[in-house]
Design a protein around this ligand. Structure first.
Ligand code: SF4
Length: 698
């Protein structure tokens, strides 16, 4: 019969940024099942990841002892792990020995080569408290601002554009606001796969009469619910969006009052888009002029239009420009500051919003306060009782370059997997292998941990308490349901022990203690108490004073910029860094699948998820399959200027002709062996959504 749980623990989903609330059903320190809870983002709904993706926590490959690299174990970028003995390069050690060695070597590098010879990667998978303590350790213990995380790889360009325009990088309205929209404009996002419960609200909105416009080079199934599907050519977002703005101006649909009262820079924007008539842009973006005009009118004239976007917009060398166009579109039509309107960059990871807010960013302290600003820096120097580096630190990709240049020698990586997630991953692996000293804190021996000198076994999501901030700015409590296995420890404890090893006198008693310090550093959450989180499970920020309800809709009467106005920034056409040519004639688009999340370290060890989607595939348009004379299931080698991988061909008419799609979750065929590390100059985000490849059968 059914085994009955002896304990139920309320928590949140460890996967995407929707932040579904759930309940763990536990017996004998083991999760039996997960059910949905009535959270503000999910109303009891869960997708397959939230529902079935939990048994990774009890996977036999969990790290249960600190590991120290054997003196004779080589570090090399092509290092291959022996599957029968994956830990062969390491020996087990006590916590005392591992911590003393891990922090001692970092201290030695700091003292001999200077603070900027060190860097730290935190993680959007960890809690807000972990993120905050980690960046504090890097800034005060290492003495550098070289601290970053995977936000750099997902919405850095969106955040750069939003900070420039409206003074805040977070969303203006929650996803569920689509229920109040008349027009939903979805671009560069496949929420059925990446934010499945978020997609259900869009479907519900359409059922209630909302009009959905989907824009994407790759068709997705939400297109079936859309009045318009614009399958524009990859790389031509700015052409398409500027043409829409051109139409709105030409046809007198600008919200003049809003533009006059609430924005600056409209005249320059107007001058810029004058050149982008839909008739002229149709050829470039592949969408008929009439369609461009039609959707522009719909967007401008509806009572409430809302834009939601994903990595398809952000992961380009012109990602910041793409986001600037979306912002301008909303501003010139006054579609912001009310229910069902606004700007929503859909966050990919459960806590990428919170980790960014908490300061895992090299140029800003917690709450996006610039490290270069003297007044701000003095405030943090007072709070943290130390002097701080006034110079912005290096970003994820720049840190890898600095290692190659011999400027950076030691790294502390908590929960991130750059050996899988960085663009041109061979280059990143080579950098990791070159480091004098690498400390990795994780729950598995990830591809990144292969290169570590010391590996510290950490706690999995259902093993700890902490707060997590979802894409809707809702701060929610995750609660420990089971215990970490063996000698694995709480991440907060590990960070604190590392800090002590670096000479910091830290005595945090737990997540609540850290959260209370964060409230002093961050206006946005200053009014949120731990007790309220325990009672209500979820509180939306901004919540500056105790008792504030928390604002679901922001920018109602002004923007948090110095003059209160939104700044409109024109965008010109910039093309991808690497265009297809005769040698590499096709375009590679990378992304995710429904069952596998990011680098796969968790979902590929979740038995149900890995059974549903067990092998690495490249999806190809049937026309290209015919031209290449391959059929579904054939092994295909995909090669770029940076590397090659072999995977199985899968037919997919949703992929445009001339392009292929590969998910980046498979270590055995790592998509990022192929991707281009070229960066957007503003957001410093790599161009994961576009590079040139060639395909070969076999
Ligand atoms: Fe988890 Fe996102 Fe699925 Fe919700 S939609 S269950 S948060 S992965």
């Amino acid at each position: 019969g059914m085994v009955k749980a002896d304990k139920k623990v309320d928590s949140v989903c460890p996967y995407c940024g929707i932040g579904c609330q759930l309940t763990y059903h536990v017996k004998d320190d083991k999760i039996l099942m997960v059910t949905g809870r009535d959270g503000p983002a999910n109303e009891e709904r869960l997708c397959v990841k939230g529902r079935f993706g939990f048994d990774y926590a009890r996977h036999p490959q969990r790290l249960t002892k600190p590991l120290i690299r054997r003196a004779d174990a080589p570090k090399h970028k092509d290092f291959v792990v022996d599957p029968s003995n994956p830990l062969a390069a390491f020996r087990e050690a006590s916590w005392e020995e591992a911590l003393a060695l891990a922090s001692g070597k970092l201290r030695e590098i700091r003292d001999s080569k200077g603070p900027n010879a060190l860097a730290g990667f935190g993680s959007a998978k960890g809690s807000n408290e972990e993120a905050y303590l980690f960046q504090k350790l890097v800034r005060t213990g290492f003495g550098t601002n070289n601290v970053d995380h995977c936000t750099r790889l997902c919405h850095a360009s969106s955040v750069a554009a939003l900070l420039e325009a409206v003074g805040s990088g977070a969303v203006s309205n929650p996803v569920r606001d689509v229920l109040h929209s008349e027009v939903i404009f979805l671009i560069g996002s496949n929420p059925l796969v990446n934010h499945p419960v978020g997609a259900t609200w869009m479907k519900n909105a359409v059922k209630n009469g909302a009009k959905l416009i989907v824009c994407d080079p790759r068709r997705n199934d939400l297109q079936r619910y859309a009045t318009h599907f614009l399958q524009f050519k990859p790389d031509t977002d700015v052409a398409m969006l500027n043409a829409m703005m051109h139409t709105i101006i030409e046809e007198g649909l600008v919200d003049e009052a809003f533009v006059n009262d609430r924005t600056s820079g409209f005249e320059e924007l107007k001058k810029n888009v004058a050149d982008f008539s839909p008739e002229k842009m149709a050829k470039i973006c592949g969408i008929p002029a009439q369609t461009l005009r039609e959707v522009a009118r719909m967007f401008a004239t509806s009572k409430a239009s809302m834009i939601l976007w994903g990595m398809g917009v952000s992961q380009h060398v012109h990602g910041t420009d793409n986001a600037r166009c979306l912002i301008s579109l909303v501003m010139m039509t006054g579609q912001i500051g009310r229910r069902g309107t606004g700007l929503h960059p859909l966050r990919g990871q459960n806590n990428v919003q919170g980790a960014s807010d908490a300061g895992l960013i090299p140029m800003v302290f917690p709450d996006y306060q610039a490290v270069g600003n003297r007044t701000i820096r003095q405030k943090f120097e007072e709070l943290w009782g130390t002097t701080l580096d006034p110079n912005p630190g290096l970003t994820v990709v720049e840190i890898m370059d600095a290692i190659h240049d011999g400027k950076l020698h030691g790294c502390y990586i908590m929960g991130e997997n750059p050996a899988m997630s960085d663009p041109d991953v061979d280059h990143a692996r080579d950098a990791l292998a070159k480091l004098d000293w690498l400390v990795v804190q994780d729950i598995f021996l990830t591809e990144t941990a292969y290169f570590a000198d010391v590996v510290l076994p950490a706690s999995a999501f259902p093993e700890k308490d902490g707060t997590f901030t979802n894409t809707d700015r809702q701060v929610q409590l995750g609660r420990a349901a089971i215990n970490p296995p063996g000698d694995a420890r709480q991440d907060l404890w590990i960070i604190q022990e590392m800090a002590r090893g670096l000479g910091l006198d830290w005595n945090y008693s737990g997540p609540k203690d850290v959260f209370n310090e964060m409230r002093k550093a961050m206006h946005s959450i200053a009014g949120i108490t731990w007790e309220r989180l325990q009672a209500e499970h979820s509180v939306t920020y901004p919540c500056e004073n105790e008792g504030d309800p928390g604002d679901e809709v922001v920018f109602i009467d002004k923007f948090p910029t110095p003059n209160g106005r939104a700044k409109l920034v024109p965008a010109k056409l910039i093309t991808a860094n690497e265009k297809p040519d005769t040698e590499f004639p096709m375009v590679l688009i990378t992304g995710r699948q429904l069952e596998h999340w990011h680098t796969g370290s968790m979902t590929r060890r979740a038995s149900v998820l890995d059974n549903i989607e067990p092998i690495a595939t490249v999806t190809i348009n049937p026309a290209d399959m015919a031209a290449l004379k391959v059929k579904a299931g054939d092994v295909i080698t995909v090669e770029s200027r940076r590397g090659k991988i072999a995977l199985y061909a899968r037919v997919d008419p949703n992929v445009p002709v001339g392009a292929v799609f590969i998910p980046f979750a498979y270590y055995e065929a790592a998509a990022n062996m192929l991707t281009n590390p070229a960066l957007d100059p503003f957001g410093k985000i790599p161009e994961f959504k576009y590079c040139a490849v060639r395909l070969k059968k076999g």
